[in-house]
Write a protein that binds this ligand. Structure first.
Ligand SMILES: Cc1cc2nc3c(=O)[nH]c(=O)nc-3n(C[C@H](O)[C@H](O)[C@H](O)COP(=O)(O)OP(=O)(O)OC[C@H]3O[C@@H](n4cnc5c(N)ncnc54)[C@H](O)[C@@H]3O)c2cc1C
Length: 505
C-alpha cells in the first residue's frame, strides 16, 4: 500500500513537496488555511486591477542554468510566458544623475565608469566578480541533510576556482562595498541596487550572483504575476493526483511515541498520515503546532538570534495612464524626496516605484498597475491594528503621501489614480501566518548565506520542514527546492530511489 503524506501549507514549498511526493508514489494531501495556493506568492484584485504582491524575478528560466530543471519538473517551463528585463533598476540622485543597473554586465561596467571614473578599479573588480560568478553553480540538486563526506569533498573541490572571489567578497555586505566608492553619488546610490528594501547587511556575493544570472538572461518575470505562477504549480500537483484542502487551518501536529502521525485542524477534525511535512511558518510549526517539544539549542538559536526580512508596507495603485515611456526594469525606479517625510513609523527620503507596463494582464487596457513598498516595523503595525479606525486612517494617510510624492516626480500622476490599496505587515500575518509579517523569512547576510538548516527536528521522526524558514534568504526557487529536498529525504529513509518527471508536452 502507498504511504501517505500530509503537507501543511500550499505555498510554493508545499506545492513542490506535494508534486515530488506524488512523483515518488506517495499519497499526498495538502491542508491550506487560505482559499488559494501560493502563500506570499500571490496577487489580489481591486477595481479592475490585479495587485501583484510578490514576484519581481524568477531565477532559472534558461536551460542549463541553476533551477531550470525544477521549473520543468513543476510544469512552469517551458510553457510560461516569461519576459527578461534589460535593466535591473534605476536609481536617481538629487542632481538629476541616474544609475542604471543594466542586466548586461559590459554595459553596466561602462555606465558605472562613466558615472564614477575615479572608482574605475573598484568597478572593474566588482564587474569581474559578477563575470566569475556566472560559472558558479548553486549546489541545489541534493538535500543538505543527505550530504555525506564524499559530497562535502566534491563540493569543496567545486569551490576551489572561486576561492579568490569568496575571500575577497564573501564577508562583505552591499553597504561595505558602497562605502568604498569615492564618488559621492555612487556611494549614495549603490546601496539601493537591491531596492527591495535596501537591507544594509545584504551579502554582496548574493547581489553579484543575481547580476550574473541577469547577464546570463536566466532571470525573468512571468506574465500574469505571482498567483498565476502558483496556479501553474497547483495544476501540476493536481494532475499528478494530489489533493488540496483549502480553508483548512492546522493547529496541531499529532505525535505518538515521538513520531508524527497526522494533524488536527481548527475545526477539531483529525487527519492521519504516515508522514507530515510542514511548509507553513517555521515558528508556528515548531512552537505552536508541536508545542516546542522538538527543539535543541541550534534550532532555538535561529528563532532567538537570526534577523528577519523586515515586513512591508505595500501600496498598490491603479493609474489611468499607459506610462509607455517608463523603462521596464526588474525592481523599478528609486528616487529621492526633496525633503524627508514621515511615512508609517519613520522618516523616509527615497521611494522605489514599479510601473508594471510590461504586464498588461494586471491592468485594464491603456492603464497601469503601479507598486511602491517600504520596509516597516512590525511592532508599530501590531499596536496600530488594535484600533481599526486608527489603522485604516494610517493606511489612507500613507497612500496619499505616496501619491503626492509620485505626483511630484511624475507630474499628473495623482489625477490619474483610480485605485489604491495598502497592505501592511499585519496583512501578511493574516494571509500567510508568517512570523512578524516577514515576507521572505530569515534575512540573508554573509553569515546566513552559508548556513544549511536541517529540514528535520531533533527527536521527532516522520516529520520534515520545507519552505523559507529552513532556507535563509527565502525566494521562490529556494523554497521549491526545499519541497523537493523534503521528498528526497523521505525516499532515502524509505530506501527508495528519488524519482522526478516532467509533464507530457
Ligand atoms: C513582496 C515580495 C516580493 C518577493 N519577490 C520575490 C522575487 O522576485 N523572486 C523570488 O524568488 N522570491 C521573491 N519573494 C520571496 C518568495 O515569494 C518567498 O520566499 C516564497 O514564496 C515563500 O514560500 P513558502 O512556501 O516557503 O512560504 P509561504 O508562501 O509563506 O507559504 C506558506 C503557506 O502555508 C499556509 N499556512 C500557514 N499556516 C498554516 C496553517 N496553520 N494551516 C494551514 N496552512 C497554513 C499559508 O497560508 C501559506 O499558503 C518575494 C516575496 C514577497 C512577499
Amino acid at each position: 500500500m502507498k504511504k501517505s503524506i500530509i503537507i501543511i501549507g500550499a505555498g510554493v514549498a508545499g506545492l513542490s513537496a506535494g508534486c515530488y511526493g506524488q512523483m515518488n508514489g506517495y499519497n499526498t494531501q495538502i491542508f491550506e488555511m487560505h482559499t488559494l495556493p501560493g502563500g506570499v506568492c500571490t496577487t489580489w484584485k481591486r477595481k479592475g486591477y490585479k495587485i501583484d504582491g510578490c514576484i519581481h524575478w524568477l531565477t532559472g528560466i534558461k536551460p542549463e542554468t541553476d533551477f531550470y530543471q525544477i521549473w520543468e519538473e513543476l510544469g512552469v517551463l517551458p510553457n510560461s510566458n516569461i519576459i527578461e528585463h534589460e535593466e535591473y533598476a534605476r536609481i536617481e540622485g538629487k542632481d538629476g544623475k541616474v544609475f542604471i543597473v543594466y542586466s548586461d554586465i559590459d554595459r553596466l561596467e561602462q555606465h558605472m565608469k562613466e558615472l564614477a571614473p575615479e572608482d574605475k578599479d573598484l568597478i572593474e573588480d566588482f564587474c569581474n566578480g559578477i563575470r566569475k560568478m556566472m560559472d558558479f553553480h548553486i549546489p541545489w540538486e541534493k538535500a543538505a541533510d543527505l550530504f555525506g563526506p564524499l559530497d562535502v569533498i566534491k563540493l569543496m573541490k567545486s569551490m576551489i576556482p572561486f576561492g579568490g572571489i569568496f575571500r575577497k567578497w564573501g564577508n562583505k555586505t552591499i553597504q561595505d562595498v558602497a562605502q568604498r566608492f569615492k564618488n559621492p553619488f555612487m556611494r549614495e546610490a549603490f546601496p539601493y541596487i537591491f531596492n527591495l528594501e535596501n537591507p544594509p547587511e545584504f551579502p554582496i556575493l548574493a547581489v553579484m550572483k543575481t547580476f550574473a544570472w541577469m547577464n546570463q538572461k536566466t532571470i525573468g518575470y512571468p506574465i500574469g504575476g505571482s498567483l498565476e505562477l502558483a496556479r501553474v504549480i497547483e495544476q501540476r500537483y493536481l494532475s499528478l493526483g494530489g489533493k488540496i484542502n483549502y480553508k483548512s487551518r492546522v493547529v496541531k501536529i499529532l505525535v505518538e511515541n515521538n513520531k508524527a502521525v497526522g494533524v488536527r485542524l481548527a475545526d477539531g477534525s483529525e487527519h492521519r498520515a504516515n508522514i507530515v511535512v510542514s511548509a507553513a511558518d517555521g515558528r508556528t510549526t515548531i512552537f505552536d503546532m508541536l508545542d516546542g517539544k522538538y527543539i535543541n539549542k541550534k534550532v532555538r538559536g535561529y528563532y532567538e538570534k537570526l534577523g528577519l526580512f523586515a515586513p512591508l508596507i505595500y501600496i498598490g495603485l491603479g493609474v489611468n495612464h499607459p506610462y509607455e515611456e517608463i523603462p521596464s526594469t526588474v525592481t523599478g525606479i528609486n528616487f529621492p524626496f526633496d525633503k524627508p517625510i514621515k511615512i508609517g513609523e519613520r522618516e523616509r527620503n527615497h521611494l522605489s516605484v514599479q510601473f508594471y507596463t510590461f504586464d498588461p494582464t494586471l491592468a485594464p487596457e491603456g492603464k497601469t498597475f503601479v507598486r511602491v513598498h517600504f520596509p516597516s516595523d512590525y511592532d508599530y503595525w501590531e499596536k496600530l491594528k488594535k484600533d481599526s479606525k486608527l489603522y485604516k486612517a494610517e493606511k489612507e494617510k500613507i497612500a496619499q503621501k505616496v501619491i503626492a510624492q509620485l505626483d511630484a516626480r511624475f507630474p499628473g500622476f495623482a489625477a490619474d489614480v483610480e485605485m489604491h490599496d495598502v497592505a501592511t505587515p499585519m496583512t501578511w500575518v493574516r494571509y500567510t501566518g508568517n512570523w512578524r509579517g516577514s515576507f521572505e523569512g530569515w534575512i540573508e547576510t554573509p553569515k546566513t548565506m552559508r548556513m544549511r538548516m536541517s529540514q528535520m527536528l531533533p527527536g521527532l521522526s516522520n516529520f520534515y520542514m520545507a519552505g523559507q524558514w529552513v532556507q535563509p534568504g527565502g525566494s521562490i526557487p529556494a523554497v521549491a527546492v526545499s519541497g523537493r529536498n523534503a521528498v528526497q529525504i523521505i525516499c532515502k529513509k524509505d530506501k527508495k530511489e528519488f524519482m522526478t518527471s516532467k509533464p507530457a508536452k
